[in-house]
Design a protein around this ligand. Structure first.
Ligand code: SF4
Length: 192
């Protein structure tokens, strides 16, 4: 058996947990995907257009998903203080609590019991697959700042202590340390 093909067959079956007919705990698969993404996205990606790009849908369908999650009290939208035309989406406390019922938690729990080395190998193998398919299809997947080509790190040493400040060269904005591990749809990985 070709190991690469066998892996893809297994991924197809894992995908059945992600994509399903009807609803689970009242949400469709794309609504779960949107809620999950917005709970992990950085401030540049918590917008209707970034959500549409992540879910792989039109702006119209993304608006429908946002409206549904708002109606249920899991999401709120706020006008940006800088640009009144742009909207920032935030998962509410009830939305964060509701994510405990996310259908993908069964997968998260199955991976969580692996030892640390196996978890790292599994994550890195999936990243490798995405990085390679990005190059083949001339697109970029969503990932975290700390792997992005646009992240800039400035280190300063004073009084025996080193401090690190992060910024984004694409958005020309500072990035706080906790944001480095958040998802961004404008991510671009380093090409070898
Ligand atoms: S550094 Fe990259 S991932 Fe981070 S905000 Fe900028 S474009 Fe997005």
């Amino acid at each position: 058996m070709n190991l690469a093909r066998e892996s893809i067959e297994l991924l197809e079956q894992v995908a059945r947990i992600l994509w399903f007919e009807g609803t689970k705990h009242g949400l469709r698969d794309r609504e779960w995907m949107a809620l999950r993404f917005l709970s992990r996205a950085n401030r540049f990606s918590r917008t209707p257009s970034a959500l549409a790009s992540y879910v792989g849908t039109t702006r119209g369908t993304a608006s429908f998903i946002i409206g549904e999650l708002e109606r249920l009290g899991y999401l709120e939208r706020k006008r940006s203080a800088k640009d009144k035309r742009s909207v920032m989406l935030s998962v509410t406390q009830p939305g964060k609590k509701f994510l405990a019922r996310d259908p993908v938690n069964v997968l998260v729990e199955a991976i969580a019991v692996l030892d640390d080395e196996a978890k790292i190998r599994f994550r890195d193998a999936l990243r490798h697959v995405l990085d390679q398919s990005d190059a083949a299809e001339q697109r970029h997947h969503t990932d975290v700042c700390k792997r992005c080509i646009f992240l800039r790190e400035d280190r300063t040493a004073a009084d025996g202590k080193t401090t690190v400040e992060f910024s984004c060269r694409l958005f020309r904005a500072p990035i706080a340390e906790p944001e480095v591990d958040l998802l961004c749809t404008s991510f671009e990985h380093h090409r070898q």
